[in-house]
Design a protein around this ligand. Structure first.
Ligand code: 6PG
Length: 474
């Protein structure tokens, strides 16, 4: 029976949707979930905490009519066509003022189109990034909503209740206009890819270069997680080395195939940065390395041709591990620098008015890239909301300078011993380029003008110039 007594509805009861809804029920909201798969509905009701109000339905009309108005409905379905199908299915059932929230990893340009399409019909559509995986959804994710401010106000108390908390402060905030929520989540994932790549390089150097076993690796990352590298990704890395495989009894990490999957959000960040001419090279290389990993057969053939040149890293183990720690810390700063700089630029270009201090505040808890470093970034952006790049802040420059020799030394040891460290070396090269007043692109400009009359500017006189180069090619 439909009695419009439910506060919030969820379409899509996969594990993320189910957990998010159960989390909301635990905070006192009456919730309804819709999924055509009856089993998923049954799991929702079975896992509900006693005395919470949770109902699973499989009929769209029944679902819509059991929700209080204006209806607050969240979608957690795969990005792309499924989101449009759900919208089309529900449009005839919704009324003006109802709120549809897409909590999946949709591309922000799709979200923007959907916002425009639905606003004509009086439906508020919000793009909302949700980070923290299955556990986060259940116990407190970081939530990145954007778009219609009225809709945000209508869901704010609920989202604040279910989000992660840092020092009592909820890890949810209004991310800005239009599709800003999904834009911020896309960049979050770009940073996620970059940090994961960097950590995996440190793993390779310690495992193959220094010969550390899984127990020792566990200990190193655990210790790192107690200091300034403290972060969710380091924490789970440390745990991973202890996991036993129930089929072989060995450590699971050793038998996982070295081919990475990717759902596309990191690639979107990279593509989007490139199309607005904003450099995020550590994110780019992380995407490229996932892609390269999939060419296992070609890599194997190449190894057969060229051999595997890696040697042991013959320095004092403890001091190399200490250097590696500092190198990773340095490189992680560059990942955030690039991602946050991209948000700053994207926000201006797309007129989204994204509050950077709020972005870093809500990333401090619940999300995959949460880390101690974000406390520092929060202080930085609280003082200077328009700062283009955190590397320009005095609050971080001291540490960056201190750790620079370490990353240089690690990259050089790794390269000399034959280990690929594309993430660490790109972080270093990005920094070495970013901090230079002069780059060698004067030559590049000369080349462009030489072969294509593309013109150049001079350092001494204003204006645009072209030279008839005295070349031999004409
Ligand atoms: C998060 C994650 C989450 C998802 C990634 C995985 O913030 O909770 O980013 O959204 O795990 O999309 O992405 P890949 O499959 O591309 O690695």
């Amino acid at each position: 029976m439909s009695d419009a007594r439910f506060d919030f509805g969820m379409i899509g009861l996969g594990v993320m949707g189910r957990n998010f809804l159960l989390n909301m029920a635990d905070h006192g909201y009456a919730v309804a979930g819709l999924d055509k798969d009856v089993q998923k509905g049954l799991s929702l009701e079975k896992e509900a905490t006693a005395k919470t109000t949770v109902k699973a339905v499989k009929d769209a009309t029944e679902f819509v009519s059991c929700l209080k108005k204006p209806r607050r409905i969240m979608l957690l379905v795969p990005a792309g066509k499924p989101v449009d199908s759900v919208i089309e299915e529900f449009l005839p059932l919704l009324e003006k003022g109802d709120i549809l929230i897409d909590g999946g990893n949709s591309h922000y340009t799709d979200t923007l189109k959907r916002i425009r399409y639905l606003e004509d019909k009086g439906i508020h559509f919000m793009g909302m990034g949700v980070s923290g995986g299955e556990r986060g959804a259940r116990l407190g994710p970081s939530i990145m909503p954007g778009g219609d401010t009225g809709a945000w106000q209508a869901v704010k108390p609920m989202l604040e209740a279910v989000s992660a908390k840092v020092n009592g402060s909820p890890c949810v905030a209004y991310m800005g206009k239009d599709a800003s929520g999904h834009y911020v989540k896309m960049v979050h994932n770009g940073i996620e890819y970059a940090i994961m790549q960097l950590i995996s390089e440190t793993y390779m150097l310690m495992h193959l270069g220094l010969g550390l076993n899984n127990d020792e690796l566990h200990t190193v990352y655990k210790k790192w997680n107690e200091g300034n590298l403290q972060s969710y990704l380091i924490e789970i890395t440390s745990d991973i080395f202890l996991q036993t495989d129930d089929k072989t009894g060995g450590r699971l990490v050793d038998i996982i195939l070295d081919e990475a999957g990717a759902k596309g959000t990191g690639m979107w960040a990279s593509q989007d940065a490139m199309s607005m001419h904003y450099p995020v090279p550590v994110i780019d290389i992380a995407v490229a390395m996932r892609d390269l990993s999939v060419y296992k057969e070609e890599r194997t053939n190449a190894e057969n041709i060229y051999g595997n040149p890696v040697q042991k890293i013959l320095t004092d183990k403890d001091s190399f591990i200490a250097q590696l720690h500092d190198a990773l810390y340095f490189a992680m700063i560059t990942c955030y620098a690039q991602g946050l700089g991209m948000i700053q630029k994207g926000s201006v270009d797309l007129e989204m008015e994204i509050p950077l201090s709020e972005v870093v505040r809500i990333w401090r808890g619940g999300c995959i890239i949460r880390s101690k470093l974000l406390d520092t970034f929060f202080d930085i952006f609280s003082k200077d909301k328009t700062l283009a790049n955190i590397l320009l802040s005095n609050s971080i420059s001291g540490e960056v300078k201190n750790y620079l020799p370490q990353i240089r030394s690690v990259v050089s040891s790794a390269v000399n011993a034959g280990y690929p460290v594309p993430g660490l070396s790109t972080a270093l090269n990005y920094f070495d380029s970013y901090r230079r007043k002069h780059l060698p692109v004067n030559l590049l400009q000369a080349q462009r003008d030489y072969f294509g009359s593309h013109t150049y500017q001079r350092t001494d006189i204003p204006g645009v110039f072209h030279t008839e180069w005295d070349g031999k090619d004409d």
